[in-house]
Each structure stands twice: as structure tokens, then as C-alpha cells.
Design a protein around this ligand. Structure first.
Ligand code: ARG
Length: 466
């Protein structure tokens, strides 16, 4: 098993891999298959770098001009779809530079002065992730507006509020929608924060130690709309916090999307019928004609799997890496690309679905009245009007619920005599607090479910978004 013939058909992997070791190395090493998505950022970074090199007198103006023109040609070739991507050139950085050389010749070789692929990729990827933060912020904005539209329409629609998915107390539809506005607004602020933190430029850190050329890192940082250059060259090439923060923010946002999607799946079921998804957002079954499946909601619910998976994957890649750059970090891109694509899609689908949702207010109200949902109101009345300690009031109310249950009726259907047999302090006035509308209207504490409170929150958010 030692001659070259045996090596070529190695028993362990020869069957699976028809190609020889060189081709396998190329396959594992190359990133062009996915990092071609960074072409615009790569060309933008190179243009800023070349202009700075000329301004600093490190390369001639005429060379910088040739590089600038050549890069624009490369850009238009890629955008026209006739750029010859080559796996042998590993990644987008070398593909662009090699093509530039074919187009402009010798000056292309001067572009990589005082630069390394390590600071180049860190810069390109940061620019890409920064754009994705903006896209997430815009997607969340649209979704928040859709939620606000629902909240405004249903500020006083009454529905059951749940704990343990058991009817707990009546709430308003608007209040429920506004809970998601709070969640998505926090998501938005996480992307805004992450964007601010990542807005420092790695370019000019070179391979890891900086460079002996008299570069101007503040100029390239400004040209690429970064706030400043990163202050430590080792950190600049080895940091992927920006990607981790993007993924972490995406994961939390995906959790929120998934919870809302789950509610939509439950609410649109035949057992609930709180809402109906429009035809645009549901599908039929090929065998059961009555079916109307909430596929988009289900898929949004499932997206968290891949987004969180990408997050865990990149954390795992980064956790054991010594400073500075290691090739492991090439594995950052596909995770972030996939998470970003799916997050943006989920945000857009959710905004569309929420905007199109039909709410069955009769069903909501009927469900709100069931399950003794105003039992807490009864107990609160006993505290307020009859002076009972809350624990005693809780006990009296529990007895009344058991009585209603035994009679097969709801709390407001018990007679005053029935009620007084449990506690003589109860008066006719009790019936005023047992209705669901009275119940929600009474919850005037800040952040409570009363329509007035909900409308105040809607107004606050509309002002913030304006
Ligand atoms: N394709 C590489 C990546 O995505 C670019 C940086 C390579 N640097 C290096 N010294 N091999 O990380």
C-alpha cells in the first residue's frame, strides 16, 4: 500500500473522491462559490485603498486611475453575469485582482501594497453585514407598522389572554399586537446597536501587524463610511464579533417571529378560528379539500432552526482560535449569508401576513368570556368594595367558580342569592365587573390592557417611528 498507484485509489477515500489530492485541496480551500456575494464590497474596498495609496504618494496617480477604471470594468462584468469566476483563484479577492491584471496589466499588481487578504476580507464582510443590519432594521420597521395597524384596528376588541395556554384574563387584541411591537422594537434596537459597534474599519491592519507604508487608515475608513479605523491591527483581522452580534440579534428576532407564527397557527386552526389568513398566505391540501394551511407561518416558525444553527456554528468556529487570522474564519460567511437571507424573508412574509389578517372579533369575544376569565375581577371587587384581604377574596371566588362549574354556567349567570350564600357582602354591583369589556376597561395601570392605555402606546410608537 505504499506505491503511488495505491495512494491514488486510497481504500479509505479513493472510492468517494474520484479527484486527486490537488483537486480535493482546491475544493476544501476555495470560498469563491459563496464569497462571490462580496464582490461589490470587495471592489468598493479596493477603490478606497487604491485612492488612499495614491493620495499618500505610495503609488502613482496614473496607476490608481488605471486601477479605478479597471475595477469598474470588473464590477460591470460581474453585474452583467459574464465574469469568469475561477475556483483555482480561491476567493473573491484573488478573482477580482487576477481579472484586474488581465484588464489593466502591471498597475494591478500595485493594488495589494500595504494590504493583505486578512484585512481585506474583514473589511468586505463587515461592509456586507452592516448592510444586512440596515435591511433587518427596514424589515422590522415594516413589520412594526403592520402590527401597529392591527393594534389600531382592534384597540378595543376583547380576546382571551392566556397563561399556560389556559384562559387567564380578558385582554384587548390591540394590547396583544402591541406586545409584539415592543419585542420587534427591541430587535430593531439590537441591530442598531450592533451596527454602531461594528462601524470601525479593519482595512490597513494588513496581515496582522499593520504596515511600514505611510498609509492613512482614517481616509479609507471615511471613504467606506466607517466611523473610524479599528485601533488594534491584531483585533482588526481576527475579530468576528460583528458577525456574531448580527447572528445573535437575528436569533432573538427569529424567536419572536417564531412565537408570533405559532400564535397564528393556533389562532387559524378550526378549534380557535380567531383569525383567517388570506389566500395569499395559505395553501390548500392536495387530498383534503377543506384544508387551508398556514404554511408561511409554519415556515417562519421553522426558520429559527437554521438561524440559531448558524449562530451556534460560528460561535463554535471562533471559540478556540488563537489570534490573529486563521482559515477557520472562512466558515463565517455561509452561516451569515443563510441566516440573513432567511431572516429577511421571514420578516417580509410576517409583515405581509399581519397586514392581510382577517380577525374574527365575534369568536375572540366569545372565547374571552369563557373559562371564568373575569374571576380575578370578582376577587378584586371583593377586596375593593367588601374590604376582604386578597387571599380570602381569592378563596371566595374559587368557591363561586366551582359553583358555576357545577351548574354548567359562567360567573355572570350565577344569581345574587347564589353568590351571597358564599359571601353575604356581595351586592348587585358585582355584576358590573363580570363583563369582559368592563374587565379590560378597568385595567388602566400603565402598560395595562385597557383600550385607553393601548391607544396611548400606539400613539407613542407612531410618534417614535415618524
Ligand atoms: N477566503 C478567505 C476568507 O474568507 C480570505 C482570507 C484568506 N487569507 C489568507 N491568509 N489565506 O477568510
Amino acid at each position: 500500500m505504499t506505491d503511488s498507484k495505491d495512494k491514488a485509489s486510497n481504500a479509505m477515500w479513493g472510492g468517494r473522491f474520484a479527484a486527486g489530492p490537488d483537486a480535493i485541496m482546491e475544493a476544501i480551500n476555495a470560498s469563491i462559490g459563496f464569497d462571490k456575494r462580496l464582490y461589490a464590497q470587495d471592489i468598493r474596498g479596493s477603490r478606497a485603498h487604491a485612492a488612499m495609496l495614491a493620495a499618500q504618494g505610495i503609488i502613482r496617480d496614473s496607476d490608481a486611475e488605471a486601477i479605478r477604471e479597471g475595477l469598474l470594468t470588473v464590477l460591470s462584468e460581474i453585474e452583467a453575469g459574464n465574469f469568469p469566476f475561477r475556483t483555482a483563484l480561491e476567493d473573491i479577492h484573488m478573482n477580482v485582482e487576477a481579472r484586474l491584471k488581465e484588464i489593466i496589466g502591471e498597475p494591478a499588481g500595485r493594488l495589494h501594497t500595504a494590504r493583505s487578504r486578512n484585512d481585506q476580507v474583514a473589511t468586505d464582510f463587515r461592509l456586507w453585514v452592516r448592510d444586512q443590519c440596515d435591511a433587518a432594521i427596514a424589515g422590522l420597521d415594516a413589520l412594526i407598522r403592520a402590527m401597529l395597524g392591527q393594534a389600531e384596528a382592534g384597540a378595543e376588541w376583547v380576546m382571551p389572554g392566556f397563561t399556560h395556554l389556559q384562559t387567564a384574563q380578558p385582554v384587548t387584541w390591540g394590547h396583544h399586537m402591541m406586545a409584539y411591537v415592543e419585542m420587534f422594537a427591541r430587535d430593531k434596537s439590537r441591530f442598531e446597536d450592533a451596527r454602531k459597534r461594528m462601524n470601525e474599519c479593519p482595512l490597513g491592519a494588513a496581515a496582522l501587524a499593520g504596515t511600514g507604508f505611510a498609509i492613512d487608515r482614517f481616509a479609507t475608513a471615511a471613504a467606506l463610511d466607517f466611523d473610524r479605523p479599528m485601533a488594534n491591527s491584531l483585533d482588526a483581522v481576527s475579530d468576528r464579533d460583528f458577525a456574531l452580534e448580527f447572528l445573535s440579534s437575528s436569533s432573538i428576532c427569529a424567536v419572536h417571529l417564531s412565537r408570533l407564527a405559532e400564535e397564528l397557527v393556533i389562532w387559524s386552526s378550526a378549534q380557535f378560528r380567531f383569525v383567517a389568513m388570506s389566500d395569499k398566505w395559505s395553501t390548500g391540501s392536495s387530498i383534503m379539500p377543506q384544508k387551508r394551511n398556514p404554511d408561511a407561518a409554519e415556515l417562519i416558525r421553522a426558520k429559527i432552526g437554521r438561524i440559531l444553527g448558524a449562530t451556534v456554528a460560528l460561535f463554535t468556529v471562533m471559540k478556540g482560535l488563537p489570534l490573529a487570522y486563521s482559515k477557520d474564519m472562512q466558515e463565517d460567511k455561509e452561516q451569515v449569508f443563510d441566516a440573513a437571507d432567511n431572516l429577511m424573508l421571514a420578516l417580509a412574509a410576517m409583515a405581509g401576513m399581519i397586514g392581510d389578517l382577517t380577525v374574527n372579533t365575534d369568536k375572540l369575544e366569545a372565547a374571552a368570556s369563557g373559562g371564568f376569565s373575569t374571576a380575578t375581577d370578582l376577587a378584586d371587587w371583593l377586596v375593593r368594595e367588601a374590604g376582604l384581604p386578597f387571599r380570602d377574596a381569592h378563596h371566595v371566588t374559587g368557591t363561586l367558580v366551582a359553583m358555576a362549574e357545577a351548574k354548567g354556567c359562567d360567573l355572570p349567570d350565577l344569581s345574587l342569592t347564589d353568590m351571597q350564600s358564599v359571601n353575604p357582602a356581595i351586592t348587585e354591583a358585582i355584576f358590573g365587573v363580570l363583563g369582559v369589556h368592563n374587565s379590560v376597561a378597568s385595567r388602566q395601570s400603565y402598560g395595562g390592557t385597557a383600550p385607553d392605555q393601548v391607544r396611548a402606546q400606539i400613539a407613542r410608537w407612531k410618534e417614535r417611528l415618524a
